[in-house]
Design a protein around this ligand. Structure first.
Ligand code: CMP
Length: 300
């Protein structure tokens, strides 16, 4: 059997308007699926070399296929049209009728023919019924060709709308974009725990979070506020090494945060001192405004 004869995936794509390139169609998936695919790509020696923005888009565009026991996923020697990530099940890798090994969930495969334009180097066969994420070769190529510039521009406009970053010089904002990562959370996940040490700063790109804090005389932490897209938290970690002053809990499934950690930031941006000063002033100003507001309320 040739790859694709019995197993050609049908494209049931879900259009996500946040995808800018019409040739690259997003497929809706939950955050645990995104985590699994991202982890698989980052554990593959060849795929982990790809740019972070390209990996993100690959994750977005993979769609699911079910293979039944004994079905061929890849045929050695055939042309390759897809890149795969095993989500559930077990696969055999066979070369010249010899079993080379087995693949478990969280493994990316089929990358060689796609990356190097060669024939499939091995056969991959389902040992059990398996669920596999699939990326079409054409979509992969479109993603690789889509300019990093477009993605950069998308992040740039978003970060400009974040109040904390709105006055930051353009070149600093650009450097921040280069060291951003995206984290995914489900409803109820603790993103930050009060009292823990932390060195990451978060900007909400999708969803909502709830801020809670311990209060004297109460055993349960009290809800303080809800934050949404464009809001940020954990900024104190970029300024000092204080422990976290509140809990941050995801309020919706597929809450996504752009994350920057202090060390990466320090290495990549190299202007940590300057940003520290900027943030200190910003946070100081906020505290001052808060103080003024409270005073005004007391007087009235
Ligand atoms: P590709 O050649 O495109 O298609 C077959 C895939 O099997 C190949 O990419 C790899 O992802 C995987 N593969 C090849 N050789 C091995 C091996 N020795 N062990 C595990 N996986 C392999």
């Amino acid at each position: 059997a040739k790859e694709g004869v019995s197993a050609e995936p049908t494209s049931r794509h879900y259009y996500n308007p946040s995808c800018q390139n019409p040739d690259v169609t997003c497929v809706r998936k939950d955050s645990s699926a995104k985590k699994l695919i991202t982890g698989a790509i980052m554990s593959n020696d060849f795929l982990r070399q790809l740019e972070a923005s390209h990996v993100r888009r690959m994750v977005d565009c993979m769609y699911e296929r079910v293979y039944s026991q004994s079905q061929l996923v890849i045929q050695e020697g055939a042309a390759g049209n897809h890149l795969y990530v095993l989500a559930e099940g077990l696969l055999d890798v066979i070369q010249n009728s010899r079993l080379l090994g087995q693949m478990h969930p969280g493994t990316a495969f089929g990358e060689l023919a796609i990356l190097y334009n060669c024939k499939r180097t091995a056969t991959v066969k389902a040992v059990t019924d398996s669920k596999i994420w699939v990326l079409d070769r054409q979509v992969f190529q479109n993603i690789m060709m889509s300019s990093a510039q477009a993605q950069h521009q998308e992040y740039f406009s978003f970060l400009r709308s974040v109040s904390l970053l709105k006055d930051l010089p353009e070149e600093k904002l650009s450097k921040i974009i280069d060291c951003l990562e995206v984290d995914f959370y489900d409803k109820g996940d603790y993103i930050i725990r009060e009292g823990e040490e932390g060195n990451t700063f978060f900007i909400i790109a999708k969803g909502k979070v709830c801020v809670t804090q311990a209060v004297e005389g109460s055993t349960e932490p009290q809800e303080i506020k809800t934050l949404g897209v464009g809001d940020y938290f954990g900024e104190k970690a970029l300024i000092s090494e204080d422990v976290r002053s509140a809990n941050i809990i995801a309020e919706e499934d597929d809450t996504q945060c752009l994350v920057i950690d202090r060390d990466t930031f320090n290495q990549m941006v190299g202007t940590y001192q300057e940003l520290q000063t900027y943030l200190r002033e910003y946070v100081f100003q906020l505290a001052l405004n808060d103080h003024d507001r409270r005073n005004a309320r007391r007087k009235s």
